[in-house]
Design a protein around this ligand. Sequence first.
Ligand code: ADP
Ligand code: MG
Length: 335
Amino acid sequence: MSSLPMGNTGQEGASIAIAVEGLTKTFHTRRGIPNVVAVEDVSFSVETGSTLGIVGESGSGKSTVARCLLGLTPVDSGAIEVLGRSLVGAPAKQLRSWRSEMQIVFQEPYESLDPRYRVHQAVAEPLLLHTDLRGDVLGRKVLDLLEHVSLQPELARRYPHELSGGQQQRVNIARALATSPKVLVLDEPTASLDVSVQEGVLRLLLALQEEFGLTYVLISHDLTAIRAVCEQVAVMYAGRFVEIGPVDEVLSNPRHPYTEFLIGAELSVDPDVSPLAGIVRGEVATSERPPGCLFAPRCPMRVDQCEEGRPLFESVAPDHVAACLFADRSVDWSD
Ligand code: ADP
Ligand code: MG
């Protein structure tokens, strides 16, 4: 249905760590309640060692993409290749053995930890599960991981509730790193942390990426974080990617009205900053899905043609595509 927004820069020698094509996932709810189309026809690719950001309002399907990527949620259709392996349809046993190479860090650091485990037990757990390390060697590996996430060795004996939110999230990151993964999916990893510690965690993630050559998918509401960490960004609306491209390009020259809205909403509600911020109201619709552009009901640029079918991706700059009839046109907001 859509042309493929593979954000591949086509650079010589760049390898692709994650390739997703036509990913679709509907949740079937109880009878009488409409099904929820969480993800519809999503395609992207991420180069090894780089970061794709995914932004979008709550309910737009970001976490479902994350869970599908890790094989935690079965997909309805589409192809997912991570590190050259095709995940869709792979046997559960195989998925489990691959899982050590791709890990996820969630938004709620405390809920991701078992309250009965001290820090050293929490970090040792994935090592016991996926490696042969035991005894002193295991202990040293745990301390090495704590050092990598800048946690003092004294903290190893603490329980999660004795740590700050930032420290808890560092423990989760250490756990994720324990099995030497190549891909990390970060689902709003700093959203529940104090603003003052968010930057430190982001800096840590950047340093770890550099040291280990990690490939990231970073889901975030925070465009400042996206700008600081990502090479590419995808904007998600009602289960679909509506714009994807190089992060500076997309955030400085947004071509989908929804992207412009997100940027305007974050900068300010001042309509002078983004005319859209003051106009676009309502919520993401996931169960009512008319055939046209899903953003049309909220879009101030809507014309009748928008309702005729999902807009195809228009190429607006190298590697930068937007799914809007007006993507390649400048709009004069002064009218
Ligand atoms: P986001 O992470 O962008 O907030 P999600 O991927 O969590 O979005 O959710 C997308 C949509 O799918 C939402 O409408 C949500 O309620 C629905 N959803 C997510 N997980 C489930 C589930 N397990 N069962 C039913 N609906 C779900
Ligand atoms: Mg989410």
